[in-house]
Design a protein around this ligand. Structure first.
Ligand code: TXA
Ligand code: MG
Length: 316
């Protein structure tokens, strides 16, 4: 069932039921983070391996401190400047963050999403003593993340209907790719997954260099080689290659003309637009029954890095 009233979402989550929630990045499959049964349903609904840790969504930095025991000064500054927004901080966990959320790791991932309906839900739940909502992207494991309530219904509607779960419709997600995940346990930021908060922004805010990978990096399921995948095969190509392609779907900036025979899936005007429409266009290819998708990727830095990261996994 798709609803638009945040009070219905609050009641569902407080009762231990699942509720998909809108965020600025993608829709999340929400559950009370302190309710073992509800969290178990999240894994079951998605078909997600149980050792893959979840992000806890909270209303504010003050609430985040209930889950993360300690943040270096640079990470606190990042939180102050980027929250609510597409940033997830991974820090040492408090006792609230149980093994079923962290995948048994001693760190926990937390973020404050920037969506007015969902902030209302998180604030009012906190006032009732529910201090966090776990919310992995609300898609079947390995599939393309959802950026509309309908995408969630397409992937998880049957499970939700059978288990008294609901979907809170807050319109299309405006960033369109998942949050930047930053490991905040050391002296400088480490980006575990690129996203809406770019490396440049992180350096500007913290004054520190940003590294990308470390040995023994904590597990990130979005970091699997294959992820974010539609059924159609995704081909990452140079514009010049399109001349020899005769059938399939095309995702490319507006300036790129659509060759005869190809179906245009999206024609973004900017990198922001590319990110915001990407997942919907991948899903559209499957709806149209296309077997191949050709993508001319953005080459810039910033958000384009997150787009290329997701596309490389979609294409694997
Ligand atoms: O934008 C987003 O982050 C969206 C929206 C719904 O908030 N959520 C999202 O969740 O992308 P999910 O579960 O699809 O991806 C969460 C990622 C996973 O790759 C997981 O491995 C990583 O966060 N993660 C969670 N806890 C972690 C931890 N303690 N250490 C390292 N990575 C962690
Ligand atoms: Mg995901």
């Amino acid at each position: 069932m798709i609803v638009t009233d945040p009070q219905v979402a609050i009641a569902a989550l407080a009762a231990g039921n699942l509720c998909a929630i809108p965020t600025e990045t993608v829709y999340g499959l929400g559950a009370d983070a302190s309710n073992l049964g509800a969290v178990a349903q999240v894994f079951e609904a998605k078909g997600r391996p149980i050792n893959h840790p979840l992000i806890v969504h909270v209303a504010s930095l003050t609430e985040a401190r209930k889950w993360i025991s300690e943040l270096p000064a640079w990470a606190e500054e990042l939180a102050k400047q980027c929250w609510p927004g597409p940033l997830t901080l991974v820090g040492p966990r408090t006792t609230l963050a149980t093994n079923n959320i962290t995948g048994g790791q001693d760190t926990v991932a937390v973020r404050v999403p920037n969506h007015s309906l969902t902030l209302t839900v998180l604030e009012q739940l906190a006032a009732k003593g529910v201090h966090g909502v776990v919310a992995p992207s609300a898609n079947k494991f390995g599939h393309v993340s959802p950026t509309t309530a309908q995408h969630v219904a397409d992937d998880l509607g049957t499970y939700l209907d059978v288990h008294d779960g609901i979907i809170l419709d807050g319109g299309a997600s405006n960033v369109g790719v998942e949050s930047t995940i930053v490991l905040a346990t050391g002296e400088a930021p480490v980006v575990l997954r690129p996203g809406g908060i770019t490396r440049k922004m992180i350096t500007e805010i913290t004054g520190l260099p940003v590294s990308e990978t470390i040995e023994n990096a904590p597990r990130v399921s979005g970091a699997l080689s294959s992820h974010y995948s539609p059924s159609a095969r995704v081909h990452l190509v140079e514009q010049s290659v399109l001349a020899s392609v005769t059938t399939g779907g095309l995702i490319a900036f507006r300036e790129v003309a659509t060759p005869e025979g190809l179906t245009r899936l999206s024609e973004p005007r900017s990198v922001d637009d590319f990110a915001a429409t990407l997942y919907a266009s991948l899903r559209k290819a499957d709806e149209l029954g296309l077997s191949d998708i050709y993508v001319v990727e953005p080459t810039d830095e910033g958000l384009a890095e997150a787009i290329r990261d997701r596309l490389s996994r979609a294409a694997f």
